[in-house]
Design a binder for this molecule. Structure first.
Ligand SMILES: Cc1cc2nc3c(=O)[nH]c(=O)nc-3n(C[C@H](O)[C@H](O)[C@H](O)COP(=O)(O)OP(=O)(O)OC[C@H]3O[C@@H](n4cnc5c(N)ncnc54)[C@H](O)[C@@H]3O)c2cc1C
Length: 413
């Protein structure tokens, strides 16, 4: 069947993913989608048919981002049904997340620099009435550019956008509406259920022409028309000639910090479950004496998080932790020290948190914990340990290494 006919057929169906924040719902979505991860995904993934029609993409990102289901589990399911060649495109997309995390881990200054830039832009908004009005209009979906306004509304209302819509939206935000990219990245990070420091910050930098220097992504009316199945066609409304944004700082590459291997944990410990890895208990060889859930969602932005994104993370944590206590305020150390004292433990184990709010919260708690004689062990999953070192340059090097990475990790190829 021609792709055109396939898309026309898909457009007649409807499939709204059930974004319930539980592992069971993530596994159910994976089971629904797995059979389509081959040819259908390869040919149709770029089409954004509507929020009511997500047959052609997995919509797994909210669960993967919080590791309610892991990249390894998704790859296992997909490669159990398809050959590597048949599902290559989908497998590579999974590795984009890994690439961004690994790259940010080796260029950690990009995240705090983004946060400083964001605070500066928020200050500018408070002083510039025109900028404030344009910014408010963009977030409210009142720009007069139909597609952009629909996506702004969809983002706030559903907490999810198709990848192509994210690219178009970011490009229009930066180059047509001429709004600071940091404010757009923040708008996404506050509202996406999959809001992620690495994927989001680096994708916005890529659209702006900072991540791949001097090569911005320019959204075009014909491309939007084709890949929305002619729902939108913003002819003469979008900027066509643009100046890429510039990052004055040349971020140096740092070594990936050390971490603990699960097999080396011998003593009794308190398990700290965070929003970066809600299934961390699965990699440990013996159970914890006690467990605490810890949320750092407030570190995603100086502005309040959107209801949908906040609800996804908080409810997912609640479901992952069962009857165990959950802490969610700025400083974690008092609660952790109290819990360790109650259970007479001197070791805290948690999943290795990549650069972002969880890593910052852990870093902030560390000196208090050390002073109280408590050590913190960060457990890195084999998947990250094997793949991250390949995220040094562009994605191409990672892509080339994917078969080798999968082989080391014992995936069926
Ligand atoms: C401006 C912009 C901002 C973004 N912000 C985020 C974000 O905050 N959090 C986030 O998880 N993703 C982000 N992405 C990446 C991507 O858009 C989403 O991961 C993807 O759309 C999720 O939908 P899906 O699960 O249906 O993807 P599918 O197409 O089904 O892909 C399968 C999985 O592969 C991974 N993946 C696919 N594309 C990408 C990509 N380009 N980058 C990283 N991982 C990818 C995701 O884990 C996804 O669940 C952003 C992209 C852009 C252009």
């Amino acid at each position: 069947m021609k792709t055109k006919d396939l898309i026309a057929d898909l457009a007649k169906r409807s499939e709204r993913p059930d974004f319930t924040p539980t592992r069971a719902a993530g596994l159910a979505r994976l089971a629904t989608f797995a059979g389509r991860a081959g040819e259908l995904y390869d040919r149709c993934r770029n089409y954004d048919l509507s929020a009511e029609q997500r047959t052609n993409v997995s919509a797994l990102s909210p669960w993967i981002r919080h590791r309610l289901i892991t990249e390894a589990e998704v790859l296992d399911a997909i490669l159990g049904i398809h050959t590597f060649q048949a599902a290559e495109r989908f497998v590579h997309e999974i590795f984009w997340r890994t690439y961004f995390k690994g790259w940010l881990e080796q260029h950690p200054g990009v995240w705090p620099d983004y946060q400083v830039g964001l605070r500066r832009q928020i200050k500018s908004v408070s002083k510039d009435r025109r900028l404030a009005a344009n910014y408010a209009q963009a977030m409210a979906g009142q720009t007069g550019i139909d597609c952009f306004d629909v996506w702004a509304d969809e983002l706030v209302r559903t907490g999810y956008l198709h990848n192509h819509a994210r690219m178009w939206f970011a490009s229009i935000w930066i180059f047509t509406l001429r709004l600071p990219w940091e404010l757009g990245a923040d708008f996404f990070l506050r509202h996406l259920m999959d809001g992620d420091p690495a994927s989001n910050t680096l994708a916005w930098r890529w659209v702006a022409g900072i991540q791949t220097k001097g090569r911005p992504y320019i959204a075009g009316a014909a491309n939007i028309s084709k890949f929305t199945n002619r729902k939108f066609c913003p002819v003469h409304q979008l900027a066509t000639k643009v100046d890429p944004k510039i990052d004055p700082v040349d971020h140096l590459r740092w070594p990936i910090p050390d971490a603990t291997q699960a097999k080396d944990i011998q003593s009794d410990f308190l398990l700290l479950v965070t929003e970066d890895d809600m299934q961390v208990a699965d990699v440990l060889s013996h159970p914890p004496i006690a467990t605490i859930g810890a949320l750092a969602t407030e570190g995603r932005s100086p502005n309040p998080l959107g209801e949908i994104a906040q609800h996804f993370a908080a409810t997912a944590m609640y479901n992952a932790c069962g009857d165990h206590p959950i802490i969610s305020h700025g400083s974690w150390s008092d609660d952790i020290i109290r819990a360790c004292a109650r259970h007479q433990i001197k070791t805290v184990v948690t999943g290795y948190a990549p650069v972002g709010p969880v890593a910052t919260a852990l870093k902030n708690a560390r000196s208090d914990l050390t002073a109280a004689g408590i050590r913190v062990l960060l457990v890195r999953r084999d998947f990250d340990a094997v793949a991250w070192p390949h995220a040094t340059k562009g994605f191409f090097a990672m892509k080339k290494a994917v078969p080798q990475i999968l082989e080391i990790l014992n995936f069926k190829l």
